[in-house]
Design a protein around this ligand. Structure first.
Ligand code: ZN
Length: 340
């Protein structure tokens, strides 16, 4: 059942409550990638020298595309009264680039910022936005953000240990959280915010602009990459992507990393990869193979790799590591299910 909530109602609820995000439940206190298999590496996300290019998708709808994938993309949507920004990037300097990009297009206030997941490359820039900006995230995203020091350590790995890349980063939690769906009115234009289920993280969020049928997908869908199954398994991820594909008729996906993609095509690729992975790992479990054997027997098929010349073709070893993690997550979940 989908609970439809308007932003006005949620804002009313949030008034006077202190850090409602923290009341949503315990944050994880460990690194969720600590048990990743050999061969897994976090992606390279150093923001040094990165420029975000403004790409117009339609009237008032803009993607901000990194010129050095896989560093993060972002975006913004302009209504008659206000602006909504998607994702805050990895540090205050990059967030300022987002704010400056908005200012080149409009002087309307940035009333809303949506974090698509809790990872620092999407949230560490929160601190640079005016206090008048209402930050919105899924309740599980807010809980993940609260575990700031663990996330800072993970982010340091993505920037080759360069502490300068995280200069000025301070935790700024969301002002309001949602459970599965929000509608935000920017004046003459409505933006929809969805949680279809866990994928890369427990609170993965999709921001959808209905006039252009554009979906910002954060880490949930990364064109040119296999699904990054950091905290779920193939069955869970597949359920989430299937819900996404059946609820929205997406023309263009702006992924958190990588290049824009055709919505239907990209979601079909993810469904095919996830279904294939689930079938293959299930077969290994049924035949009694160990995790090590399964990792060896379910390699990454070349058809899931980015095409030569694609901006992500330089990180193929990283994608192979993602796949090994995906095999392990799926294997562990199937074994746990059999034992439970
Ligand atoms: Zn990311």
């Amino acid at each position: 059942m989908t609970r439809r909530t308007t932003i006005a109602a949620l804002l009313a609820l949030a008034v006077g409550s202190v850090a409602p995000a923290l009341a949503q439940g315990p944050a994880h206190t460990h690194n969720p990638l600590a048990d990743a298999p050999e061969g897994f590496f976090p992606p390279p996300l150093h923001p040094g020298g990165v420029t975000l290019h403004t790409h117009r998708l339609g009237e008032g709808v803009y993607a901000l595309l990194s010129d050095k994938p896989p560093t993060d993309n972002a975006g913004f949507i302009v209504g008659d009264e206000s602006v909504l920004v998607v994702d805050a990037h990895i540090n205050p300097q990059m967030a300022q680039q987002i704010i400056d990009s908005v200012r080149r297009v409009t002087d309307k206030p940035i009333a809303f910022l949506v974090n698509t997941n809790y990872h620092g490359d999407h949230t560490f820039g929160n601190i640079a936005f005016p206090t008048s900006t209402t930050i919105i995230a899924h309740e599980a995203t807010a809980a993940g953000m609260a575990n700031h020091e663990v996330e800072r350590q993970l982010m340091l790995q993505t920037v080759s240990g360069d502490t300068e890349a995280l200069l000025g980063v301070e935790l700024r939690l969301p002002d309001i959280t949602f459970e599965d769906h929000l509608t935000i009115n920017l004046g003459g234009r409505v933006v929809e915010v969805y949680h279809f289920g866990p994928g890369n993280t427990p609170g993965d969020t999709v921001v959808y602009e209905p006039a252009t049928r554009t979906a910002w997908t954060g880490n949930l869908v990364i064109s040119g990459s296999v699904p990054p199954m950091f905290e779920t398994d193939a069955a869970t991820y597949l359920k989430t992507i299937t819900a996404f594909a059946s609820e929205l008729d997406v023309k263009t996906i702006i992924p958190g990393h990588g290049v824009p993609a055709d919505g239907a095509e990209q979601l079909a690729i993810y469904q095919a990869y996830l279904g294939d992975l689930l079938t293959k790992v299930r077969e290994q479990v049924r035949e009694g193979h160990t995790l090590e054997q399964t990792l060896a027997r379910v390699p990454l098929d070349d058809r899931w790799l980015p095409e030569l010349g694609s901006p992500l073709s330089g990180i193929v070893p990283i994608l192979r590591g993602f796949h090994r993690l995906n095999v392990k997550r799926t294997y562990d979940a199937l074994v746990a299910k059999n034992n439970g």
